[in-house]
Design a protein around this ligand. Structure first.
Ligand SMILES: Nc1ncnc2c1ncn2[C@@H]1O[C@H](COP(=O)(O)OP(=O)(O)O)[C@@H](O)[C@H]1O
Ligand SMILES: [Mg+2]
Length: 378
């Protein structure tokens, strides 16, 4: 069992800078949690407070209900893997992994068994006699991983462990790490600034900005049900398109009015705006929720600025009032710059945000994933 709870956890550097502020999170046993956010948002600070490497300014860390806020790191039963795979250069792979176990006075044959087990798990069992300089970056990072796994910690902390690897290897290691997690079932907190890494690995994502948590949710939740403009803009590539629109009433109907288009809101979309009394809001549309259609079915018509072919699809950029808007479309037909296209929005997927607080006004009641469209074919 390994359940971690952070209560009002905060870290202030000096007098003014809050590295992390009022972090509240419950990590379940066996869960794979990802801290996601731009550089400087407090991911490392929070992780280091959990590991005991950073003094806590306010709040508590509980492990299986026990307060460990002021417990020295070596008594915490957590293991951390860093971005710069800190393996000891003068030791073989075998000794790198065995060393922490020897420090724990584990019997020699037991150590031998563990080293063989974990090196097999991360696929470096053929290199156990080698020194780190005889290994590639990816292999060295596996040694660091194996060493962290070998001590069988209650909680596994990883701070951007893949960011020093080249792009292709990084994507492969994602899959491998996830598979390793399925086997070890170790409660894990993984830190990254890469939203696609977070989406592909996490049970739940904790989206952070400026020291605070913006949203906690499954990858589907943070993507489809983004809590605010920041989350909707940070998650997804290309990112969500945002447009400021005016809210108008006409013959009992609610309209979103933009200089280039007008959208009449269905009752379902109008309902969450009951009680919203500002005359503007921010409309968010994901690039895949805009569709190129026949002129008669279009909400707006625009000239294509550029087309980015991606093989499996194409990304079409248009410019509306100086703002670049991106649309994801099937690869064919191929469009070209200067051509006029007609566009409609998937009205069920429109995101509406408060013009001032930037908070979501219309959280989807459910993600719609139970509907017929998403059923598996037998
Ligand atoms: N040792 C430190 N002294 C002063 N400020 C720090 C220190 N470490 C981090 N910070 C500040 O705290 C904030 C969060 O940093 P960090 O946790 O490293 O972010 P992340 O890991 O998300 O990039 C940043 O504004 C950073 O400048
Ligand atoms: Mg960091």
């Amino acid at each position: 069992m390994a359940e971690l709870e952070l209560i009002g956890l905060s870290k202030r550097y000096g007098k003014k800078v809050w590295g992390a502020r009022d972090i509240n999170l419950k990590v379940n046993d066996k869960e794979f949690i990802v801290f996601l956010g731009p550089s400087g948002c407090g991911k490392t600070t929070t992780l280091r407070m959990i590991a005991g490497l950073e003094e806590v300014t306010e709040g508590k860390v509980l492990l299986d209900g026990k307060d460990i806020t002021y417990l020295p790191p070596r008594f915490r039963d957590v293991s951390m893997v860093f971005q710069s795979y800190a393996v000891w250069p003068h030791m073989t792979v075998y000794d790198n992994i065995a060393f922490p176990l020897r420090m724990k006075k584990i019997p020699k044959d037991e150590i031998d068994k563990i080293v063989r087990e974990v090196t097999k798990l991360v696929n470096i069992h053929e290199y156990i006699e080698r020194y780190p300089r005889q290994l590639s970056g990816g292999q060295r990072q596996r040694v660091a991983l194996a060493r962290a796994i070998a001590v069988k910690p209650k909680i596994f902390l990883m701070d951007e462990p893949l960011s020093n690897l080249d792009a292709k290897l990084r994507v492969r290691m994602r899959t491998e790490l996830k598979a390793i997690h399925h086997k070890t079932e170790a409660t894990t907190i993984f830190v990254t600034h890469d939203q696609s890494e977070a989406m592909s690995m996490a049970d739940r994502i904790v989206v952070m900005r400026a020291g605070r948590i913006e949203q906690i949710g499954t990858p589907d939740e943070v993507y489809h049900n983004s809590a605010n403009v920041f989350v909707a803009g940070f998650i997804g590539t290309p990112p969500t398109n945002f447009l400021t629109v005016e809210l108008k009433r006409e013959k009992g109907k609610l309209l979103l009015v933009h200089p280039h288009f007008k959208i009449e809101l269905s009752n379902e979309l109008a309902l969450p705006l009951n009680g919203y009394n500002k005359d503007k809001l921010i409309l968010g549309v994901r690039p895949e929720n805009m569709k190129i259609v026949k002129k008669d079915d279009a909400t707006l018509s625009e000239e294509v600025l550029v087309v980015e072919p991606q093989g499996s699809h194409q990304i079409i950029a248009i410019e509306i009032e100086g703002k670049i808007i991106k649309i994801v479309a099937p690869s064919f037909p191929r469009y070209s710059s200067g051509e006029t296209i007609h566009i409609s929005f998937d009205l069920k997927r429109l995101m509406l945000f408060d013009i001032e607080t930037e908070k979501r006004l219309n959280p989807f009641k459910d993600l719609g994933l139970d509907s017929e469209d998403f059923k598996k074919q037998e």
